[in-house]
Design a protein around this ligand. Structure first.
Ligand code: ADP
Ligand code: ADP
Ligand code: ZN
Length: 219
């Protein structure tokens, strides 16, 4: 299956992406994680990406699109993939569509995790992430078994630089202007499915499994 996850920052995309990726045995491609890996590694791409991410702005389309194009050339994507955080602009979505068309394939589902604004700030300020494997935790809603330590790989959890309140507000505005139009885009294509992201993490996951199961049956 070829799946896109949509939703504002803090909706729970990364959290659900890990479970979906495990269940369907498809790679999770998170542009945010790839940028953060590059920042940690001090690469040229990382330095460039950081200058936008720290301000809550999107990394320019040409840079982001190249990155995803190359990632989708890798063999592990042949039986499907889960895009987490891409596309984030209409232009990115159009390029992705054209790219897949060249390979005679298409996105199966654009899955929107819907979460009202009043939940978001609390989710993002309490978020702690694993710098090694990208796992996402929450101080209150999804704490790790050992405080400050990743359940999956034992690394020390950190707070993301861009999860500070001021940057969060900026990111939400960027989402409204640049990314939210994708909801209409995928609705028109008949690809959009929506889950209620305010439920507990495991309940959201169950709803997602049901929706993806139905989408798969239509093949
Ligand atoms: P969140 O999970 O909170 O939505 P991400 O980890 O997906 O955040 O993204 C973090 C930052 O990385 C974004 O604010 C943006 O600066 C950059 N980024 C990630 N994906 C994209 C993309 N598809 N296009 C442009 N910038 C991106
Ligand atoms: P995104 O990738 O969309 O930015 P994350 O998956 O990182 O979002 O989730 C944002 C924060 O909210 C994290 O701290 C995560 O643990 C928490 N979270 C995710 N899903 C839920 C949920 N259904 N209920 C409560 N908190 C959640
Ligand atoms: Zn980890």
């Amino acid at each position: 299956m070829r799946i896109i996850l949509l939703g504002p920052p803090g909706a729970g995309k990364g959290t659900q992406a890990q479970s979906i990726s495990n269940k369907y045995n498809i790679p999770q491609i998170s542009t945010g994680d790839i940028f953060r890996k590059n920042i940690a590694g001090g690469t040229e791409l990382g330095i460039l990406a950081k200058s936008y991410m720290d301000k809550g702005l999107l990394v320019p389309d040409n840079v982001t699109i190249d990155l995803v194009k190359n990632r989708l050339k890798e063999d592990d994507t042949h039986n499907g993939f889960l895009l987490d955080g891409f596309p984030r602009t209409i232009h990115q979505a159009e390029v992705l569509e054209a790219l897949l068309k060249e390979q005679s394939v298409a996105i199966d589902v654009a899955l929107q995790i819907e979460v009202p604004r009043e939940f978001i700030i609390q989710r993002m300020t309490g978020r702690r992430v694993c710098p090694n494997c990208g796992a996402s935790y929450h101080l209150e809603f999804n704490p790790p078994m050992l405080r400050g330590i990743c359940d999956d790989c034992g690394s020390h959890l950190i707070q993301r630089e861009d999860d500070k309140r001021e940057t969060v507000v900026e990111r939400l505005e960027i989402y409204d202007f640049q990314t939210a139009p994708l909801i209409a885009y995928y609705t028109e294509k008949g690809k959009l499915k929506t889950v209620d992201g305010t439920k507990a993490i495991n309940e959201v996951f169950e709803d997602i499994i049901r929706i993806l199961g139905e989408a798969n049956d239509h093949h």
